[in-house]
Design a protein around this ligand. Structure first.
Ligand SMILES: Cc1cc2nc3c(=O)[nH]c(=O)nc-3n(C[C@H](O)[C@H](O)[C@H](O)COP(=O)(O)O)c2cc1C
Length: 351
C-alpha cells in the first residue's frame, strides 16, 4: 500500500475513525510496578510513540492472578488497576491515537513465580516443550467459565479506564492458542478433540467480550490477535485457524491481527497454498468486511509498499526508536500531538 494511503484516516468499525493505518504493535515492555500497576515508564513509553499511530496497543495485560506471562507486565486483574490504566489511556489520547488494551491469559506458558504463588492452568496437563514453565493443571469446566468471566471483567475495566478497545491475545502460544492446538489440548469434553470443540473456548470468550463491549460502550473496538500456524509436527495448521478466523468474523470482531515473523510470510502447513502470502490467504478467507492487521519486519517504505492488509503494526522499530516514522519516512510523517514535550516530567504525573 502507498505510504500516503497508510498515513490517511481509516474508518475501522463504521463508528471509529483512526488518524492513520499505522499501529504500535503490542509490546510487553515489562516496566510496570511490582503488582502490575501502570508505571511512569509505561506512560513515557506510550507518550513518545502514540503521536505517530492510529492505534496504540498495550501488550499483554493479564486478566487474573493465574494469567500473567512475564515479570513486570501490566495487570487488569482487579479494580485497583483502573486508575493507572486511565492515565495510560489519557496519555495515548493526548498523542492523538486510539488506545487498545491487549488482554492475555498465559495458560501453560508461565510459572508459579511469575504468578506469585498461583497455580499454572491450561487446557490439558501437558508441559510446554520450551521456556521456564511449570507443569500446568488441566482446567475444569468451571475454571473455563471463570476465565471467560475474567475476560469479561477485564473488558469492563478497560472501558472504565477510557480505552477505545481491547484485543484478545490469541497468538504466541498463550491460552487461546493452547485450546486450538492439538499438541496442547488433549481434552475429551466439548472443549477438545474436533476442530469445532477446540474453537469453542476462543469463540465463547470472544462472544462474551463482544456482548459486554456492545452493552457498555457502542463502538468499543474488539480485536483478536492470532498466530496463524504452528511449525511442530502434529501442531496447529493454517486451515484450522482460518476456520477460527471466519467464526470470529461472523461473531463481529472489529479486526484480526496476524502475528507474523515477516509481513509477507508464506504458509508451511498448507501445501496447496504455499506460494501465497498468509496475509492474502486470510483476507480471502475472511472477506473484505473484516480488517486484517499485519506485522513482522515492517517499518521501511519498501516493506509498507509491498505489504498486504488493512492495518500495519510495527514492534521492534518503535521499541528502539520512538520517532522512527519521522526519521525513516520523512517528510511524509511528522508527529501530530495535542500536547507538547516528548516526555512527561515526573512532578506532573500525580501517580
Ligand atoms: C519486547 C517485545 C515484546 C512483545 N510483546 C508482545 C505482546 O505483549 N503481545 C503480542 O501480541 N506481541 C508481542 N510482541 C510481538 C510484536 O507485537 C510483533 O508482532 C513482533 O515484534 C514482530 O514485529 P516487528 O518485526 O515489527 O518487531 C513483542 C515483541 C517484542 C520484541
Amino acid at each position: 500500500m502507498k505510504i500516503d494511503q497508510i498515513f490517511s484516516p481509516y474508518e475501522l468499525n463504521k463508528r471509529v475513525t483512526l488518524r492513520n493505518r499505522l499501529v504500535l504493535a503490542p509490546l510487553n515492555i515489562q516496566s510496570s510496578l511490582f503488582d502490575g500497576t501502570v508505571s511512569l515508564n509505561d506512560l513515557n513509553f506510550h507518550k513518545a510513540r502514540a503521536k505517530y499511530v492510529g492505534l496504540d496497543i498495550i501488550g499483554s495485560a493479564y486478566i487474573s492472578d493465574s494469567a500473567n506471562t512475564a515479570y513486570g507486565a501490566i495487570s487488569v486483574a482487579d479494580d485497583s488497576k483502573i486508575d493507572g490504566l486511565k492515565k495510560l489511556a489519557t496519555v495515548i489520547h493526548q498523542g492523538g491515537s486510539k488506545a487498545i488494551l491487549q488482554l492475555v491469559h498465559a495458560g501453560r506458558m508461565t510459572n508459579s513465580n511469575i504468578l506469585r504463588g498461583a497455580q499454572v492452568i491450561a487446557p490439558s496437563e501437558i508441559r510446554a516443550a520450551h521456556g521456564d514453565v511449570d507443569l500446568p493443571k488441566a482446567m475444569t469446566k468451571a475454571e473455563i467459565e471463570t476465565v471467560i468471566q475474567q475476560f469479561k471483567a477485564a473488558t469492563v475495566r478497560a472501558i472504565q479506564a477510557g480505552f477505545d478497545g481491547v484485543e484478545l491475545h490469541g497468538a504466541n502460544t498463550f491460552l487461546f492458542q493452547q485450546f486450538m492446538s492439538p499438541l496442547s489440548n488433549h481434552r475429551t469434553d466439548e472443549y477438545g478433540g474436533s476442530l469445532e470443540n477446540r474453537i469453542r473456548f476462543c469463540a465463547e470468550t470472544a462472544k462474551c467480550v463482544l456482548d459486554t463491549a456492545h452493552a457498555h460502550k457502542p463502538g468499543f473496538i474488539v480485536g483478536y490477535r492470532i498466530s496463524p500456524e504452528e511449525f511442530e509436527p502434529g501442531a496447529l495448521k493454517l486451515g484450522d485457524d482460518l476456520v477460527l478466523m471466519q467464526v470470529l468474523g461472523k461473531l463481529g470482531i472489529d479486526y484480526l491481527s496476524l502475528s507474523l515473523r515477516q509481513y509477507d510470510q508464506t504458509s508451511i502447513t498448507c501445501e496447496s497454498l504455499s506460494d501465497l502470502r498468509i496475509a492474502d490467504i486470510v483476507k480471502q478467507a475472511v472477506g473484505d468486511d473484516l480488517p486484517v492487521m499485519v506485522s513482522g519486519h515492517l517499518g521501511t517504505q519498501f516493506a509498507f509498499e509491498r505489504a498486504s492488509g488493512d492495518l500495519f503494526a510495527v514492534g521492534r522499530k518503535f521499541l528502539n526508536q520512538p520517532n522512527w516514522p519521522a526519521k525513516t519516512l520523512n517528510p511524509g510523517v511528522q508527529p501530530q500531538s495535542t500536547v507538547t514535550g516528548a516526555v512527561i516530567p515526573y512532578t506532573t504525573l500525580n501517580l
